[in-house]
Unconditional design. Sequence first.
Length: 224
Amino acid sequence: MANTNYCAAKRFIYVWEGPVRITHWVNVFSIIILSITGYYIHNPFIDVHDMYYPPYIMGTVRYIHYLTGIVFAVSIIIRLYWLFVGNRYASWKSFANPLSKKDRKILMSYFKYYIFLEKNPPHTLGHNPVALMAYIVLFNLFILQIITGFALWAQANPDSTLYALTGWVFSIASNQWIRFFHYLVMFLIGGFVINHIYSAVLFDFKTQSGEISSIFSGWKPQRD
């Protein structure tokens, strides 16, 4: 049952602009495709000798993985660009200020809510501070995945521009360690996705904050 302590919306505010919503869903489908193809590249679970499958299935899977990686990288670049040109809810200016007493109070309130010590955190139109910190960590993982993924791809042609941009990672760790890191981070991102879906649905039902509908429409309810 929804939390009846929250009053009805006075009006609706356009929070998530088109580029934010589009890149969100591009990221969702990219992560799904990259995870499935990435897992297959690491652990080929299809018997290539079976007549029902094409003879070069690994090449096809790798092609899909690389192509999706390009789409994902472009989407992340657009979202990072929108940090500087988007509205107040998409902007880097929405980041919590640890020196601000108000921001610290809201941060602690949401932290207590997520560990079940508080029932009614303050209503926020954009990302709440705890979610925002999680997204900062997540996007850093995205960037690391993009860099390591392109570096591994570029090894096929060490004279390429792509290798010149990303090959420096092999001065930090060997090919096998980079592959292992790339594979491990895939599971960390997958865990975040599961938690994100659970938290968003739970929070929406308990607070009627429009978390789910807003990522489709862009609009969220404003309350006193």
